[in-house]
Design a protein around this ligand. Structure first.
Ligand code: FE2
Length: 433
């Protein structure tokens, strides 16, 4: 009696002599010469040891070959085909194939991989894992019971009749099917054929069960990898959609602001570009650089709250009018604070007129109390504003702008931000054009 429970096939033993008088060493690679070439006693200790070593080597080759296949393969079908080739190549069997259980009315079995003699015929085989004549072979039994099923001589096995003729023509004599179990569910079977009726002894069943178990692990591993990859792809797709939406929101805000204040048309975009370049120059991460650019492109959105007559007044503003203009940074914060940007956009907009020495507005905060993003926008805003005409004055020009920020570096403006801005503009590495 086999030490492995092979279901109804445990009775399907080879009906020949009790045990062929082979040397125990024949457990090596199938097809190897039986016994010792030196004519030693079949049961000698050396032969037995050689046979055992040969089995271990073969098992190691199959398992290590399969492990390498799992590591290098990202596709399940390729992995299973590689496994079949390894079993035939290193295991010395005639043929190996893998079938998956299909949950259809016939409870059919779909071949997904095969290698060896007659592998091309596997697709033609009709099989089932149901309680019907096509489900009584080793494959159907292994899937149905979750246990290995062996047909030790398919020429006489009563359950093998639907496939006997083809199998005998191909030279198969014995067969084993081993369940592939993923997450406690039998998903299919690994099937192996041999030309030897004694091929599947207890040791061999143990080894092949181990291979089937490792194959199941490989299948789970690849499916998890694929699932992770699909989830990442979905996340990337959602992120791309979100970015397009965010870009649209930013553009819409900039357009609304500039429709009311045509004299500053393009101002926010130019401030955004310069601020982004300064952030890069300061060595900020690409994520932070992007956030600074977006903040620049919406930093004056609060001007929608400032009367148009004041925004377009072709003369200097009165103190009252100026106090109305100053509301725009807080108004911008109110507009933006409920949008979940992945950057502190609303807070930086609130602070973009704050100054390092506390002379700014709306709260007169100073130094490190002011976000770096707001300190960058402050410099970029000043340089851009002085480089272009305003309704109440002609442009002082870029040189005057650079003199202004140089003189106020460390006082009104962040010294490092000014240094980065001067470096960019003086070296010609940035242009508003
Ligand atoms: Fe502003």
């Amino acid at each position: 009696m086999s030490g492995h429970d092979t279901g109804p096939f445990h009775n399907d033993r080879y009906e020949g002599p009790e045990k062929r008088p082979d040397c125990e060493g024949r457990g090596g690679r199938l097809g190897d010469p039986v016994g010792s070439a030196t004519g030693c006693d079949d049961r000698c200790a050396v032969c037995r040891l050689k046979g055992h070593l040969s089995k271990v080597t073969r098992a190691f080759k199959m398992l290590s070959g399969y492990t390498q296949a799992v590591l290098r393969t990202t596709d399940e079908t390729t992995l299973l085909n590689d496994a079949c080739k390894i079993i035939v190549g290193h295991g010395g069997y005639m043929m190996a194939w893998v079938g998956y259980a299909v949950c259809d009315a016939e409870k059919s079995i779909r071949p997904v991989a095969a290698a060896g003699t007659g592998a091309e015929r596997v697709a033609e085989i009709r099989l089932s894992w149901g309680e019907n004549p096509l489900g009584q072979g080793p494959t159907g039994t292994a899937i149905r019971t979750g246990k290995p099923a062996v047909s030790r001589d398919i020429r006489t096995c009563p359950f093998f009749w639907p496939w006997r003729e083809t199998a005998v023509k191909l030279g198969y004599v014995s067969a084993i099917a081993l369940p592939l179990i993923c997450d406690d569910t039998v998903i299919g079977a690994l099937n192996v054929y041999s030309g030897d009726p004694e091929a599947f002894d207890d040791d061999e069943i143990g080894l092949l069960s181990e291979i089937a178990s490792v194959m199941s692990f490989g299948i789970v591993s690849i499916r998890m990898r694929m699932e992770r990859w699909r989830a990442q792809e979905e996340l990337m797709r959602s992120w791309r959609i979100l970015r397009v939406t965010l870009d649209g929101i930013v553009k819409a805000m900039a357009t609304v602001t500039e429709l009311r204040d045509p004299y500053t048309a393009g101002h926010q975009d130019r401030v955004g570009r310069l601020a982004q370049a300064i952030a890069e120059e300061l060595g900020l991460s690409s994520h932070e650089v992007e956030g600074v650019g977006i903040t620049g492109r919406v930093h004056d959105v609060g001007k929608v709250y400032v009367p148009i007559q004041i925004l377009s007044k072709p003369a200097h503003l009165t103190p009252v009018e100026y106090s109305l203009v100053k509301v725009h940074s807080e108004a911008g914060y109110e507009v933006l604070k409920n949008i979940e940007f992945p950057w502190p956009v609303s807070k930086a907009v609130l602070q973009h007129h704050e100054r390092m020495d506390g002379s700014g507005y709306p709260h007169g905060i100073r130094g490190p109390e002011i976000l770096l993003e707001a300190r960058i926008i402050a410099v970029a805003d000043t340089v851009e504003a002085m480089s272009n005409d305003r309704p109440y004055r002609p442009a002082p020009g870029i040189d005057a702008a650079l003199t202004e920020i140089s003189e106020k570096a460390g006082k009104a403006y962040d010294r490092e931000v000014v240094r980065a801005c001067l470096s960019l503009l003086r070296d010609g590495r940035f242009s508003f054009k």
